[in-house]
Design a protein around this ligand. Structure first.
Ligand code: XIL
Length: 298
C-alpha cells in the first residue's frame, strides 16, 4: 500500500491517529488524516470531564462529531477512555466511597450505551497501575472505592455494548517490568474468572530508546488470549526516532494478535509532547523519516 491505513489493512490491521475535532476544519490536518489513517480516537473528547461535565448531564458533541467523521470516511473508532484518574470532572474529583462507585459505573453504562455499535474497542480503564517497582495499583479516588473497581467497570461496559472490544490501557509497559507484570497478572486473573476483557493497550509514549523485549512483552499478553494494540504511540525526536518507529511497527506486525497501531496526533505541532516533535508529519504536513520507516514495516 501507499498509505499507512491501506498498508495496515492489507495485513488485517488498522493504523490510527488521535484527533482533536476542532482541527477537522484545518485542511492540511484533515487531508493527512483522511489520506493516511483508517482509525481514529478522540484525544480528549470522550473523556469523563468532556462527556459528563455535571453529574448526570451528558455531553456527546465532540465524540459524536468524531464518530460521524469516521463513519463518513470508512474509519474505525477507538473509545478513550471510560475511567481514568485524570481528567475526571470536578464533581467526581470530590467524591469517594459508594457514591463514587455508583457514579463511575453509571458513567460507564451511559457512555458505552450512547456509542453502542460504533466503537471498535473501548479503553474501559486507563492508567490504573503504579509506576516503579511495586507492580500494584495506583492510588486514586477510584482505587479507594475497592480493588474490584476495574472488573466492575469491565462488566458494566460489556453489558452496555456487547460488540465493543474492552481494553485495559497503560504506559511505561513497554517491556517486561514490574508494572507490566502487575497488569499481566490482572489480565490472567480476569481471564481465569470470566471477567470480560478482550485487549490490552500499550500507550508507547517513548523516549530515545526502545525496550529490547518490547515484542516479547506484547506476545506474553497475546498468549493470555487477549488482543494487543499500540494505542498512543509517539517518540521523542533525536537520532533514533525513525528507527524506534520502525521497530515498534515491526513488533506489532510480528505478533498476530496485535490488531493495530494508533499514533497520538497527526503533525508534530499537534502533539501534547510539544518540542519533542514526536509524530510522523512535520508542522507543514510533510512526511518525516519516521513515516517512511513505519510504512516500510507495515
Ligand atoms: C493527553 C492529551 O493529548 C492532552 O491534550 C491533554 O491535555 C492531556 O491528555 N495518556 C493518555 C491520554 O491516556 O489521554 C493523554 O492525552 C496522554 C497520556
Amino acid at each position: 500500500g501507499t498509505t499507512l491505513g491501506a498498508s495496515a489493512a492489507e495485513k488485517g490491521r488498522y493504523f490510527g491517529a488521535a484527533v482533536a475535532t476542532g482541527k477537522l476544519s484545518t485542511s492540511v490536518y484533515t487531508t493527512i488524516l483522511n489520506r493516511e489513517f483508517n482509525s481514529v480516537v478522540a484525544e480528549n473528547e470522550m473523556k469523563w470531564d468532556a462527556t459528563e461535565p455535571q453529574q448526570g448531564r451528558f455531553s456527546y458533541t465532540g465524540g459524536d462529531r468524531l464518530v460521524s467523521h469516521a463513519q463518513a470516511n470508512g474509519m474505525s473508532v477507538r473509545g478513550h477512555a471510560l475511567l481514568w484518574h485524570q481528567q475526571e470532572p470536578g464533581w467526581a474529583q470530590g467524591m469517594s466511597g459508594s457514591a463514587l462507585r455508583s457514579a463511575m459505573i453509571n458513567h460507564v453504562t451511559q457512555v458505552a450505551t450512547h456509542f453502542r455499535g460504533k466503537i471498535y474497542a473501548w479503553d474501559v480503564v486507563n492508567e490504573a497501575f503504579a509506576d516503579g517497582g511495586s507492580g500494584g495499583r495506583r492510588d486514586s479516588n477510584l482505587q479507594r472505592t475497592g480493588n474490584d473497581w476495574i472488573e466492575a467497570a469491565f462488566r458494566a461496559a460489556r453489558a452496555a455494548d456487547p460488540g465493543a472490544k474492552l481494553c485495559y490501557n497503560d504506559y511505561n509497559t513497554d517491556g517486561v517490568n514490574a508494572k507490566s507484570t502487575g497488569i499481566y497478572n490482572m489480565v490472567r486473573d480476569f481471564k481465569s474468572r470470566g471477567v470480560p476483557i478482550d485487549c490490552v493497550g500499550f500507550q508507547s509514549h517513548l523516549g530515545t530508546s526502545l525496550a529490547s523485549d518490547y515484542q516479547a512483552n506484547l506476545q506474553r499478553f497475546a498468549d493470555l488470549g487477549v488482543d494487543v494494540q499500540i494505542t498512543e504511540l509517539d517518540v521523542m525526536t533525536g537520532g533514533n526516532q525513525a528507527n524506534i518507529y520502525g521497530a515498534v511497527t515491526r513488533a506489532c506486525m510480528n505478533v498476530s494478535r496485535c490488531t493495530g497501531i494508533t499514533v497520538w496526533g497527526v503533525r508534530d505541532c499537534d502533539s501534547w509532547r510539544g518540542s519533542d516533535n514526536a509524530l510522523l508529519f512535520d508542522c507543514n504536513g510533510n512526511k518525516k523519516a519516521a513515516y517512511t520507516n513505519v510504512l516500510n514495516a507495515l
